[in-house]
Write a protein that binds this ligand. Structure first.
Ligand code: AP5
Length: 219
């Protein structure tokens, strides 16, 4: 299964990608997580990316495309993968098609989680992430058993620096400007599977599972 998850910031891409990755036993490739890890490790890419992430702007396409290309070429992606946060604009979409072509493969589906902006703001303002293992939570919708502590590893939970009001506004603006064309592109090549994301996490998961069973483009 080779899939892309599309949707606005806070749509639940990371949350649902974790589920799909477990179910199909494929790697979850999140460009946001890769960049945050690179920033933490103070690599040249990470240091360059930090400035863009903090402002809610996109990291330059050539940096991201190189990073994803290297990741997709690894052996664990042969069986499949779920891309979360990439591609984000038409140029990245075309670069992905080119990379997959070079690898002799193609996408099976592009899952688009459609969520209204007021839900997105509510979700991002309450999101918490484990500093140690990266597990995601939400203060209202997916609270940890003990406040501020990760259920999985006991690590400390924190709020992402780009989940503040001004940066969320920028991220949404960029999403509106750059991702609409990409959604139309995947629709035009019959890969788009649109999911109504304004439901509970479990309901969205069930809807994705059902649609992937029926709509998946089989080789
Ligand atoms: P990235 O990390 O990809 O951020 P994003 O796309 O803005 O998406 P998020 O991670 O914020 O949201 P999500 O949809 O994964 O939601 P989640 O599941 O966490 O990118 C960050 C930055 O990196 C970018 O701004 C850019 O600078 C850079 N970058 C990354 N990729 C790039 C690229 N390709 N090109 C250029 N730059 C790039 O859910 C959110 C919260 O809601 C959680 O708390 C969750 O528990 C909760 N929740 C989830 N689903 C539901 C539900 N159904 N009901 C209630 N709550 C829910």
């Amino acid at each position: 299964m080779k899939t892309v998850l599309l949707g606005p910031p806070g749509a639940g891409k990371g949350t649902q990608a974790e589920h799909i990755a477990r179910k199909y036993e494929i790697p979850h490739i999140s460009t946001g997580d890769m960049l945050r890890q690179a920033t933490k490790n103070q690599t040249p890419v990470g240091l360059e990316a930090a400035g863009y992430i903090d402002k809610g702007e996109l990291v330059p396409d050539d940096v991201i495309v190189r990073m994803v290309k290297e990741r997709l070429g690894r052996p664990d992606c042969r069986k499949g993968f779920i891309l979360d946060g990439f591609p984000r604009n038409l140029q990245q979409g075309k670069a992905l098609a080119h990379t997959l072509d070079e690898l002799g493969t193609d996408l099976d589906a592009v899952v688009y989680i459609n969520v209204p902006e007021h839900d997105v703001i509510d979700r991002l303002s309450g999101r918490q992430t484990c500093r140690n293992c990266g597990e995601g939570y939400h203060v209202k919708y997916m609270p940890p058993k003990n406040k501020g502590v990760c259920d999985k590893c006991g690590g400390q939970l924190y709020q992402r620096t780009d989940d503040n009001a001004q940066t969320i506004k920028n991220r949404l603006e960029i999403y509106r400007q750059q991702t609409a064309d990409l959604i139309s592109y995947y629709d035009s090549i019959n890969l788009l599977v649109e999911i109504a994301g304004d439901k509970t996490i479990d309901e969205v998961t069930k809807e994705i599972d059902a649609r992937l069973r029926t709509d998946l483009r089989q080789p």
